[in-house]
Each structure stands twice: as structure tokens, then as C-alpha cells.
Design a protein around this ligand. Structure first.
Ligand code: SF4
Length: 324
């Protein structure tokens, strides 16, 4: 374990970090527009690679994707991934427990349940299920939406890809078309349920769309631990699934200076990650999100914890704690 005096910071990082300006969160963000940018980027690239190497598949539990991978049929995996991503908010272990409860109420598996789904029958099976703001009634409405899509259009991927534009830099425009299309399938029910729209946010509303981007990561990316179920969307178009924990770490390592966790921040961070891997910019998401899910980067972290973190060379918190 490193002790405080063992901490080594390359001059380029120290210089760039000392160039931070302003107050509040901005004060903590390294300025990547300085003359040290290339060197800082190189250090950050190394740190991100080290972070990826630190977390293999064995660190997946209790991620909701762990529950999805309990299904072997790709059709079940896709529907389970959709629900699991939508309900991926709150404590990870509680999410996993509630998802297993949800899928146990779907006789025939998630795909069979959804394709046979009618609002009334779905709601009966799901009575009593709840995850924080959402209940079995929300799942029944979403199942009905998915049933309409699958019966009329064959697959979720086909509907999503209709919104992809040639030359698009990311999936933003496709999501802006996909989300209203889904809402429209059960417009009356969507408008009636107070928290339902929370399940289907759109970039057009400014939302970071963390959970929809998480679903896309799972079904589009081919490499472990993701599923690679969709073959017509390029991983290069994906946008980082940004929540408050990942956003905090992204700020600490200089990937954004923004204060609001929204679509603009998600796009900005993704653009900077593209510098390190243009073909697959969000491959870093799995490792970045482990820091929060596994409690390896708590809000009240300390120098001993930080010195073991693969990102410490690029993290302004480590610098501040190390110098104080
Ligand atoms: S160095 Fe510390 S504060 Fe920075 S990301 Fe790692 S654990 Fe978190």
C-alpha cells in the first residue's frame, strides 16, 4: 500500500491540475486545454486502461447485467436487458433482488411473457411487484408497449435503427425517435401513470438517458461482459450511460467541467473517451461504474484508498488529498 510520501505524480499532471480555475466543482477539474493536454491525455489513457484491466467479469455481480446473463435465449436476454436497464436505479443488490422477483413472475421467460402480454393479464401477474417509484402496473404497460413493437415490427433493433442517420456521431437522434415511438404505443397509459415517463426519457428533454444508454451498451457491444445481441448498430455510436456516480468520477479525472448531469455532459464525456478508443468509446463504462457499484470510490474516500485506485494518477481528489 502506498503511503502519502510514496505518491508520485508526473509533472505534466501536476501542472495541468494546478491550472484549474474557478470555484465549486470546476475548481477540481483539470484543464485539458493547456499546453500539457497531450501529456495529460496520455496519462489518462494509461489510467483508463489500467482501470479496465483491474475489473474483469468476476466483478459483475451485483450488476443488473448479471441477472440478465442468467438467461440463455437471446430473445429472453434482450427483453430482460430492457427491463433491467430501465430499473437500474438505486442500490445494486436491491435492483438485482427485485429483478429476479420480476422475472420469476414471467412464466415462459421475459420474451414469452411480453409477446403474450395484454395489459390486464400482465397486471395480474405483476401485482405487488415494486422497485422504488415503479410498480407491476408500470411493467405491465411496458410489456404491452414491447408486445406492440414485436408483433408489428419484428424486433426492437429494427425500430431503433429506423432512427439512425447516416453520418450520425452518436445514437442521440435515434433515441429521440425511438422514445416517442415507444410512448405512443400506449399513449393514454403513459400519460396516466405519474412516474412512467421517468422510464422513457429522451435526449430531446435534456436527460442523460443513463438507463437507455446502458441498455444499448449491453445489446450493442460485442465484448465481455456485454451481450452483443444487436449487429446493425456500431459500438462507435454509443453514448456513455452517465449517472451521478460516474459523472463525479469523470469530473475528477478531467473528462468534463460541466456541473449538470445531462445529455450534453454524456456526449462531451463520450467525445473525450473517443480519443482513447474511437471504435468503442464506452468500453470504459464497465470499469468506471465498478468504482461506484462496488464502493471503491466512495464520496468520503481517503488517501490510502485512492493510492490503490488505477485512476489516481489522473484524479484531482487524489492530488488534493495527497498534498493536504
Ligand atoms: S483516486 Fe480516489 S477519488 Fe479518484 S477515482 Fe480513484 S478512488 Fe475515486
Amino acid at each position: 500500500m502506498c503511503r502519502r510520501n510514496d505518491v508520485h505524480r508526473p509533472a505534466a499532471v501536476a501542472n495541468a491540475l494546478s491550472a484549474t480555475t474557478g470555484a465549486g466543482t470546476d475548481r477540481m477539474v483539470p484543464d485539458l486545454t493547456t499546453e500539457n493536454r497531450d501529456s495529460v491525455r496520455s496519462d489518462l489513457g494509461t489510467a483508463l486502461e489500467n482501470l479496465c484491466n483491474a475489473y474483469d467479469e468476476s466483478a459483475l455481480d451485483p450488476d443488473p447485467l448479471f441477472v440478465v446473463r442468467e438467461f440463455s435465449d437471446p430473445r429472453d436476454q434482450e427483453i430482460a436487458a430492457f427491463f433491467s436497464a430501465l430499473f437500474a436505479y438505486g442500490n445494486a443488490r436491491i435492483i438485482a433482488r427485485n429483478l429476479r422477483d420480476l422475472f420469476s413472475r414471467m412464466p415462459g421467460g421475459p420474451y414469452g411473457f411480453v409477446t403474450a402480454s395484454h395489459l390486464s393479464s400482465g397486471a395480474r401477474c405483476l401485482t405487488g411487484w415494486q422497485h422504488r417509484l415503479h410498480t407491476g402496473e408500470d411493467v405491465a404497460i411496458m410489456s404491452s408497449i414491447l408486445a406492440h413493437v414485436l408483433r408489428r415490427h419484428g424486433s426492437l433493433e429494427r425500430v431503433f435503427c429506423r432512427g439512425l442517420r447516416k453520418g450520425a456521431r452518436d445514437v442521440g437522434v435515434a433515441l429521440e425517435a425511438f422514445v416517442p415511438f415507444l410512448r405512443e404505443q400506449e399513449r393514454h397509459e403513459v400519460e396516466r401513470r405519474r412516474f412512467f415517463r421517468h422510464l422513457l426519457p429522451s435526449p430531446a428533454d435534456g436527460s442523460a438517458c443513463k438507463r437507455l444508454n446502458l441498455f444499448l451498451r449491453w445489446v450493442v457491444r460485442r465484448e465481455s461482459p456485454d451481450l452483443g445481441l444487436w449487429r446493425t448498430v456500431s459500438p462507435s455510436l454509443l453514448v456513455l450511460p452517465l449517472d451521478t456516480h460516474v459523472a463525479r468520477i469523470c469530473k475528477q479525472i478531467g473528462l468534463t467541467r460541466r456541473s449538470t448531469v445531462d445529455w450534453k455532459m454524456a456526449v462531451e464525456v463520450t467525445r473525450k473517451l473517443r480519443h482513447f478508443d474511437p471504435a468503442d468509446p464506452i468500453r470504459f463504462d464497465y470499469a468506471l461504474s465498478r468504482l461506484g457499484i462496488l464502493g471503491h470510490c466512495p464520496l468520503k474516500t481517503d488517501i490510502n484508498n485512492c493510492s490503490r485506485c488505477p485512476l489516481h494518477i489522473s484524479c484531482v481528489i487524489f492530488r488534493e488529498r495527497g498534498l493536504s
